[in-house]
Design a protein around this ligand. Structure first.
Ligand code: ATP
Ligand code: MG
Length: 361
């Protein structure tokens, strides 16, 4: 038993035939029964990793272990994996029921038709597609096809479920509903799940933890809230957060952090938050829009370019030093476009990054 590291990826590397290094020395693990989101921009290597976990693609080097045993030489069909592809990949000529039953009726472990039907129906009930049993995929909506693909992955009673952007074609409301269904389903059955998405909100809402990739390298492997509160580096701070984080160019000298029109004493920062020494030089000072707010005693002068309503809050957009920045305020704040205001930052919530993106504070 290896519950803490039920899925373990060690120093995994993938160089494609054309020489492109898609995955560079990646290591992570997933706890048994957890739903982990793999997050990252297009091309960062998410599908490449799932394909290696599924055995559809051979790693260039490194190891993949399920429950403590290496599977790199195990055939895909013997890995006890369910894979929901991004495009559903349903068989168009089969009915919904036949699609869901299919994995149980082929291969070495095939079972009798009536037994297969009973198992298929159990998962079709859970995914609420019983009434669609006799329809063909072409007659279904995206969300319905999605649930067929999920039921088909689940009938095999996989130990591990891989889902590649399974909700990308759904409208916002359906997407919300189905992701809740997926989460409660895999939790109920206790399936260890790797869920690929490039939607940070989705990752935050359903993931037990999130692994964020960029260019084939893990940027942060952590609980969702830490991507906001304790980003590892500049990339993470800027990838996660909506509205996006504000970044100000600053220079550090003589114990001061200086921007074009404001100055902060290094001694006013929370000394416990330093990750490394703040040497003199150039940096980026970043702050989330909810932590830089209108205040008459504020350090930052701003001219409001625009005010955008986003439901229960408003975004004040302003230009600072030629760069657009944002402040997130409540509806009562009486600020209008073209107002000249002062903004104050919460110094215990700002971040400081080196020009290379390493976090200093
Ligand atoms: N067969 C291949 N040969 C060469 N390069 C490839 C191949 N497949 C993928 N790549 C490249 O590897 C990188 C990672 O691709 P991958 O499909 O894993 O990205 P992804 O994170 O799933 O992106 P998306 O969010 O767009 O699906 C990309 O730069 C891609 O162009
Ligand atoms: Mg992909």
């Amino acid at each position: 038993m290896n519950d803490e590291k039920f899925v373990e990826v060690k120093n995994l590397k993938k160089v494609y035939d054309n020489g492109h290094e898609a995955i560079k020395n990646v290591s992570f693990s997933v706890k048994k029964g957890d739903l982990v989101c793999l997050l990252g921009p297009s091309g960062c290597g998410k599908t490449t990793i799932l394909n290696m976990l599924a055995g559809l693609l051979n790693p260039t080097s490194g190891d993949i272990l399920f429950d403590g045993k290496s599977v790199v030489n195990t055939e895909p069909k013997d890995r006890q994996i369910g894979y929901v592809f991004q495009n559903y990949a349903l068989y168009p000529h089969m009915t919904v029921l036949q699609n869901v039953m299919f994995p149980l009726t082929v291969g070495k472990h095939k079972i009798a038709k009536d037994k297969a039907k009973a198992i298929a129906e159990k998962y079709m009930k859970t995914t609420q597609i019983m009434e669609l049993a006799d329809q063909k995929p072409g007659q279904l909506s995206g969300g319905q096809q999605q649930r067929v693909a999920i039921a088909r992955a689940l009938v095999q009673q996989p130990k591990i479920l891989l889902m590649d952007e399974p909700l990308s074609n759904l409208d916002a409301r359906l997407r919300l509903k189905i992701r809740e269904e997926i989460r409660s389903l895999v939790k109920e059955v206790g399936i260890t799940t790797l869920f690929v998405t490039h939607d940070q909100e989705e990752a935050l809402s359903i993931g037990d933890k999130i692994i964020l990739f960029n260019n084939g390298v893990i940027q942060q492997d952590d609980l969702g809230q830490n991507f906001y509160l304790e980003p590892n580096n500049y990339f993470v701070a800027n990838f996660v957060g909506n509205p996006v984080i504000d970044n100000f160019k600053v220079k550090v000298a003589d114990g001061k952090i200086k921007a074009s029109d404001f100055e902060i004493s290094v001694s006013d920062l929370d000394q416990n938050r330093f990750k490394r020494e703040l040497k003199d030089g150039e940096y980026v000072l970043s702050v989330r829009p909810e932590n830089i707010l209108p205040n008459e005693d504020g350090h930052v002068s701003a001219h409001v370019d625009d005010v955008e309503l986003i439901g229960r809050e408003r975004i004040l957009k302003f230009t600072h030093d030629g760069v657009q920045a944002r402040s997130l305020v409540n509806l009562e704040t009486p600020i209008k476009p073209n107002d000249d205001i002062k903004l104050k930052m919460r110094l215990d919530r700002v971040f400081i990054f080196t020009p290379e993106g390493e976090r200093v504070y």
